[in-house]
Design a binder for this molecule. Structure first.
Ligand code: NAD
Length: 390
């Protein structure tokens, strides 16, 4: 049970790039990072518009001298301060993740970066090499993976309850962009522009979330080859897709499917992960994140609830309020941020091995998401053909 006691020695001095006033995800980052006192917001380059960014930082209560016009000025000034930031979050549109994260790592800062980490696998591997050389942590905010029932699903797979894993069925398909809302909505507009979003829209923006969750639940599955088709049902979005379907074959014979969409009219979020083995299946749905459906062939289906004593002890470590009360996205993100902080402290103290057991989406998860999108786009743009996964 989390009692609000910080497990690190001190809060990490922290800054943000992006996540400014009115941004979609900025507040979720601040809420998650500061929830249990692991991170202390000291500086920011919050906005593409320097004046708006400075005003926003001041409204958040930051020292106006530490509200910077851009990330370069922030990294230079903070590096020169004895009390400068040690970690920075990058919560800007996709096209900026690579240059900003690279500059941060070269300024010896740990980074928490939004997904997709970069446009290309080569860029993601470059970040991985720099982080590894400098002993720095890169966390990637696959935030849903911090929900407690994901841990329980992973335990059910690991302890053999489901039998041999055969089928993985993934979905993240909402309906909010069924029409061309990007005309009036800046956060939707950059998502359908390759210059800002990269080589994909929903594959990178949505599908990488359940993909990572499946990797957490089934860590032994390795993709052997995949086939993707993608469509732009709102034609002006081409070449970027607002709908895509992916077939996957894993080494060892298991298979997977993934449907991702922003035009699933009527759906609120529609992120579901179902894992089927030779004995049974588990299914998790992000609109009811406190529950996990467990179906064993020949037995009545069960709905497992977060916080209950029948769960694996590891699935209870992040419980904040006990069973029966709903926890949600803010808690899931805060769970990941506590792990990011523990990992950062261990790296700063030169002892990363002590957090080897911690599950958090790090740079490997970021690289893998980018690699997967790249393969999907290659398959789809070749007419929907199988491509070997390497
Ligand atoms: P948004 O358009 O709502 O906000 C972007 C913010 O970044 C704005 O405040 C903008 O002024 C600022 N900005 C842009 N370029 C900047 C720069 N060079 N320097 C400083 N600030 C800059 O976008 P959003 O929806 O918040 O998405 C931001 C990122 O978060 C994207 O990569 C997106 O994929 C990701 N995201 C992730 C999740 C998740 O669940 N992990 C959810 C939503 C968004």
């Amino acid at each position: 049970m989390i009692d609000g006691i910080r497990l690190t020695k001190a809060p990490i001095r922290w800054g943000m790039v992006g996540g400014g006033r009115g941004s979609q995800i900025g507040y979720v980052h601040r809420s998650a990072a500061m929830r249990d006192g692991y991170f202390d917001l000291k500086a920011g380059a919050f906005d593409l518009d320097p004046d708006r960014g400075r005003a926003f930082g001041a409204d958040l209560g930051l020292d106006p001298d530490r509200c910077y016009p851009d990330y370069r000025a922030m990294f230079a000034a903070e590096s020169a301060r004895p009390d400068g930031i040690r970690c920075v979050t990058v919560a800007t549109p996709n096209n900026t993740h690579y240059p900003i994260t690279r500059a941060a790592l070269l300024a010896d800062l740990h980074v928490i970066c939004e997904k997709p980490l970069t446009f290309t696998t080569a860029e993601a591997l470059d970040l991985q090499a720099i982080a590894s050389e400098r002993g720095l942590v890169v966390g990637v905010t696959y935030g849903y993976s911090g929900h407690q029932m994901i841990e329980e699903a992973a335990r059910l797979v690991a302890n053999g309850t489901l039998g041999d894993i055969r089928i993985v069925t993934l979905q993240f398909a909402h309906g909010f962009h069924s029409a061309a809302v990007e005309g009036d909505n800046p956060a939707a507009r950059w998502r359908v522009d390759p210059a800002f979003a990269g080589p994909s829209y929903v594959l990178g923006d949505l599908a990488t979330h359940p993909l990572y969750i499946a990797q957490v639940i089934c860590p032994d599955l390795r993709i052997k080859r995949l086939l993707c088709t993608r469509q732009s049902f709102v034609a002006s979005r081409a070449p970027l897709e607002d709908n895509a379907t992916v077939l996957m074959e894993y080494h060892g014979g298991a298979v997977g499917t993934l449907w991702t969409s922003a035009v699933n009219a009527g759906s609120m979020h529609g992120q579901k992960v179902r894992v089927t083995g030779s004995r049974g299946s588990v299914e998790w749905w992000d609109e009811h994140p406190n529950q996990l459906r467990l179906e064993i062939q020949g037995e009545p289906a069960r709905v497992l609830d977060r916080g209950m004593a029948y769960l694996h002890p590891q699935s209870l470590t992040d419980d904040r309020i006990g069973a029966g009360h709903p926890e949600g996205l803010f808690e899931a993100w805060a769970n990941l941020h506590s792990r990011f902080a523990l990992a950062i402290e261990a790296h700063e103290e030169g002892d990363p091995s002590r957090v080897a057991h911690l599950r958090y989406p790090g740079i490997e998860a970021g690289v893998e998401g980018v690699r997967w999108v790249e393969h999907c786009v290659r398959s789809a743009d070749a007419g929907g053909v199988w491509v070997d996964y390497g």
